[in-house]
Design a protein around this ligand. Structure first.
Ligand SMILES: NC(=O)c1ccc[n+]([C@@H]2O[C@H](COP(=O)([O-])OP(=O)(O)OC[C@H]3O[C@@H](n4cnc5c(N)ncnc54)[C@H](O)[C@@H]3O)[C@@H](O)[C@H]2O)c1
Length: 313
């Protein structure tokens, strides 16, 4: 089976490449290497690398040769989507349509990576309606609808996968958990949006990668949706409390104004059965990775979305 991993130099995509390698598969990685994509994330993996934009038809040269395409390529940070929504439409919607067109032409199976955020705040199963709140989740939800439309209209073989909040090694420091770890290591406060009682359902990135790889064997490719919740929902404040215990350090919290449109909760059920890494264990592994890999994060910490308390402004 020849597999292309789009966005494979990002956080979850590079974990997925590692998972494929464990299963004896050498994928081709297609990635534009935006601010979030880094070849360092693929260090030690076996892959072929092509630098290209999912919005561009040049990717068809690669896609015409493969059996399966797994698409992690996206703009992914909600705060950035509030600050400047346009890139979220071009990459997360038009980029997906470009890949769907290729699937229509060449017939590969398409794994569309979506998110729990498309459901909004209500607890959702795989058939629940979409109710996105941010420009990020609105773009993701739009792309999901195009996947369904391509299945119905053109018989494209596809599935939609909706993981909950991922955490683990190699996550860009603008995101909540690496930001909290790195800022605490540097002796800085951690900004908490609003009252900090928003609930998120955390899943360790290696679990997500394994569950998606398992899906390649069992999917029906009829446009069906697979939710991947972490089954460990906690408030942001409780998450920081647990992280402080794991780090053996006091986390200095600073309450700042709430992110506009901030969902109070994400909450999914799933039709799949699988085990997940306990949150405390996953946080310990994540913390140890950031402590041992300062070379990886040190050059990234000047970024506005790491430094400012309310970076969407
Ligand atoms: N991280 C999470 O908690 C989470 C949760 C649910 C779903 N998701 C989804 O999973 C996917 C991967 O998320 P992530 O956290 O690994 O993101 P990330 O930001 O770490 O990585 C995204 C990757 O996509 C690449 N990319 C961006 N625009 C591109 C373009 N136009 N052409 C080619 N490559 C491009 C980037 O260079 C980067 O390597 C996304 O679709 C995201 O919406 C993420």
């Amino acid at each position: 089976m020849k597999i292309a991993v789009l966005g494979g130099a990002g956080f979850i995509g590079s974990a997925f490449v590692r998972e494929l390698n464990k299963r004896g598969i050498k994928p081709v990685v297609v990635d534009l290497l935006t601010y979030a994509g880094r070849v360092e994330n693929l260090k030690g993996t076996d892959h072929e690398f092509i630098k290209a934009d999912v919005r561009d038809q040049s990717i068809y040269e690669v896609l015409k040769e493969v059996d399966v395409v797994v698409n992690f390529a996206a703009e992914t940070h909600v705060d950035r989507s509030i600050y400047k929504p346009q890139d979220f439409v071009t990459t997360n919607v038009l980029g997906v349509i470009n890949v769907l067109e290729a699937s229509r032409l060449f017939g590969f199976k398409y794994v569309h990576i979506s998110t729990d955020e498309v459901y909004g705040e209500e607890c959702a199963d795989e058939n629940s309606p979409l109710n996105p709140s941010s420009p990020y989740s609105a773009a993701k939800a739009s792309a999901d609808l195009f996947v369904k439309a391509y299945v119905r209209t053109y018989n494209v073989k596809a599935i939609i996968v909706r993981p909950s909040n991922n955490y683990g090694p190699r996550q860009f420091p603008e995101k909540f958990i690496p930001k909290a770890i790195i800022r605490t290591l540097l002796g800085l406060h951690v900004p908490v949006y609003g009252d900090g009682k928003q609930e998120r359902d955390w899943i360790f990135v290696e679990d997500t990668a394994r569950i998606i790889a398992d899906l390649l064997e069992r999917a029906e490719w009829k446009g069906e949706v697979y939710n991947i919740p972490g089954k460990q929902r906690v408030t942001n404040l409780d998450l920081l409390k647990l992280l402080g215990e794991v780090m053996g350090k006091e986390i200095k919290i600073k309450f700042v104004s709430d992110r506009p449109g901030h969902d109070r909760r994400y909450c999914m059920n799933t039709s799949l059965s699988y085990e997940t890494t306990p949150l405390k264990e996953g946080l310990r592994r994540t913390y140890e990775w950031y402590v041992s890999n300062e070379w990886w994060w040190r050059p990234l910490i000047d970024d506005k979305f790491f430094k400012e308390d309310e970076p969407w402004k």
